[in-house]
Design a protein around this ligand. Structure first.
Ligand SMILES: C[S@@+](CC[C@H](N)C(=O)[O-])C[C@H]1O[C@@H](n2cnc3c(N)ncnc32)[C@H](O)[C@@H]1O
Length: 271
């Protein structure tokens, strides 16, 4: 699911609801909620403002932002997927908040210049063909002095405690190559500086999971092992032995996997 090319075209996949469910599982982690809150705080949003979440997925952060900007403000979400926008619409309705939701491409945001006070993009640049183009678009639609925030994991930072450390490294390597921009996390700071943002701040945040059943669908251990086998990087037998060792560790309460995500924020300079 993580390295699946379908993230760029969810509506064309066999199971758009599976992607919504993936986001739900990730959001269920307490630390992910802390990371999302931090990324929203860095936008420095005030009541009455107009704000954007690009690649908004199922819309939880559009809703959170709507609560901050209040009745006088406007929270806007844009996503390439109709299924995601539909889910976001349902959630906003259930939450009883007013939001604006649009199907659109982060590479060519369907908004005029300087039409937002602040903007964010979370776990989406990793899937884009041209992340710099999307960052330039976020800068274009945000007014001078407004803050833009981006958050992405860096899949090369995935660690798993297994006796076959070499197999762990191979699986992680395979996984990185199956995400369009698998090491986006570490690249965020330089991309924001290159895009001309001022006052660029960059924060890492590490996530650890000690339950294999929780970790596997989120960080893709079985998926990564399959990718490594498919790419001829490891034998099927060794990959299975590696997965079995994780299950054995888990059954003894000794499983651990961790991943580092990064958040960058920058201010749009005066024209
Ligand atoms: C991993 S999800 C993250 C969703 C949400 N930001 C979150 O953190 O829960 C990536 C999202 O990016 C969207 N996406 C992929 N390519 C896009 C594009 N070119 N323009 C806009 N959205 C895109 C997908 O439809 C998906 O909803």
């Amino acid at each position: 699911m993580i390295g699946h090319p379908g993230w760029g075209q969810i509506d064309k996949t066999a199971d758009p609801a599976g992607y919504v469910e993936y986001l739900r599982k990730v959001s269920a982690l307490d630390l992910v909620q802390v990371w999302k809150l931090k990324s929203i705080q860095l936008m420095a949003v005030e009541p009455g403002q107009r704000v954007l979440d690009a690649g908004c997925g199922s819309g939880d952060e559009v809703i959170a932002l709507a609560r901050i900007v209040g009745e006088r403000g406007t929270s806007v979400g844009v996503d390439a997927s109709e299924a995601m926008i539909g889910e976001a619409r349902r959630r906003a309705q259930d939450a009883g908040v007013r939001v604006e939701l649009k199907i659109g491409d982060a590479h060519a945001l369907p908004f005029p210049d300087a039409s937002f006070d602040a903007a964010r993009i979370e776990r989406t640049l990793q899937h884009l063909a041209n992340p710099d183009r999307a960052i330039a678009e976020l800068r274009r639609v945000t007014r001078a002095g407004g803050r833009v925030v981006a958050a992405d994991p860096d899949w090369a930072t995935l660690t798993v405690d297994a006796p076959d450390e070499e197999a762990s490294a191979v699986v992680v390597r395979a996984h990185v190559t199956h995400v369009t921009n698998g090491t986006m996390g570490r690249q965020l700071r330089r991309r924001f500086i290159d895009a001309g943002f001022e006052d660029v701040a960059f924060k890492p945040m590490a996530f650890a999971v000690t339950d294999l059943a929780v970790a596997d669908p989120i960080v893709g251990l079985t998926e990564g092992a399959g990718e490594a086998v498919g790419d001829g990087m490891i034998s099927a037998g060794r990959a299975q032995a590696w997965l079995d060792s994780l299950k054995a560790a888990d059954s003894r309460g000794r499983f651990v996997a961790s991943l580092t995500g990064f958040i960058v924020s920058g201010r749009v300079p005066a024209a």
